[in-house]
Design a protein. Structure first.
Length: 340
């Protein structure tokens, strides 16, 4: 069964073709980073308009890349939420109208479920059940995953998520957008000169809080004005150490509490090399296994949406047509998802 995946939740337009027997056949991504960098962050209206420009050309590209035609597509999966409402409407309306013209089913996918399942696209995917660290955009969550749609929330962010803290700290250090990768790059030149707090490190639960850490960075930068390059690098190094220490320790605590020995890490912050280094060392020491999606699938992409949709369709054995009406869910709790 060939599934077309459409991702348009924020500032990246992603299309992909996933075959339930052959795996991922093709994928393409257009990033709006350069456009939004001028404004220091995502401008929703510009994001929506750019999705409109790219969704058709990218669909044609993935079909050509895979040697397929529209008539070969058996179903279309698309991101229904959460995300920017205008951006979501572009992908949703495109997917439903195309499916209507082809008279094939659609699968509305939760964006975070796409991230959650992205490591399963790799050659040696982890087996259920596993603990998942989801660090994407405004989300820092630990989940127990027993199967498709079987998600138990173990820990959540109480305020700023890790990705938000990276972006806000990068702005304090005078770095460009997107802030996370820029801060991580600057941190490679830093040294352990400062000491920042590790929020909720010993809280006894699996929740996260990074707003206080951002405030500590603000205080530190104000004390060392004007910031020279060495100071900026040292602050970036210490900030990254603080965030990755909290994330890695909470992951290991989640494995202990659940009694599981499989961990997966998904989302943009999951691409951070220091976080991966710490988790690799910690899980190796405890004889556990950690899995990541390839770097290109850590950020938003169509492949994870096509895969999540294919897994849901395959599990439900539901090939019925729909009425092709649609809506978007800018706010959508992952806990509301049900089994296929």
């Amino acid at each position: 069964m060939l599934v077309l995946g459409v991702e348009s939740s924020c500032d990246e337009t992603g299309l992909a073709l996933y075959d339930t027997e052959l795996g991922l056949l093709s994928h393409a991504l257009h990033s709006q980073v350069d456009m939004h960098a001028e404004y220091g962050g995502v401008v929703p209206e510009l994001a929506s308009r750019d999705h409109i420009r790219w969704v058709l050309p990218l669909t044609e590209h993935v079909l050509k890349q895979a040697g397929k035609t529209l008539q070969d597509i058996a179903a279309i999966a698309y991101t229904q939420g959460p995300g920017l409402s205008g951006a979501l409407l572009v992908g949703t309306s495109f997917a439903e109208s195309l499916a209507f013209s082809l008279q094939i089913p659609t699968i509305n996918v939760h964006h975070l479920e796409g991230h959650l399942l992205a490591p399963l696209l790799e050659d040696n995917p982890p087996a259920f059940p596993f603990v998942a660290l989801l660090v994407s955009g405004g989300h820092s969550q630990l989940m127990r995953v027993d199967g498709i749609g079987q998600y138990e929330l173990l820990g959540d962010t109480l305020d700023d998520a890790a990705g938000e803290a990276f972006d806000k700290t990068a702005k304090l250090l005078g770095l460009g957008y997107p802030g996370g990768p820029a801060l991580a790059k600057l941190a490679t030149n830093g040294k352990p000169h400062f000491k920042l707090p590790r929020p909720l490190l010993h809280s006894g639960d699996l929740n996260f809080s990074f707003s206080g850490l951002k405030t500590s960075v603000l205080t530190l930068t104000n004390q060392h004005q004007p910031l020279d390059e060495i100071t900026r690098a040292d602050i970036a190094w210490e900030f990254q150490e603080a965030v990755t220490e909290v994330l890695s320790n909470k992951c290991m605590a989640a494995l202990r509490e659940t009694g599981l020995d499989n961990l997966i890490v998904s989302g943009g912050v999951g691409a951070n090399s220091r976080l991966r280094e710490k988790l690799n060392a910690a899980t190796n020491c405890k004889l556990c296994k950690v899995s990541y999606p390839r770097l290109e699938f850590c950020t938003d992409n169509g492949a994870m949406i096509a895969f999540a949709g294919a897994m849901r369709l395959k599990a439900s054995h539901d090939k019925r047509k729909k009425d092709y009406s649609f809506s978007v869910k800018p706010r959508w709790d992952l806990a509301e998802l049900q089994q296929p």
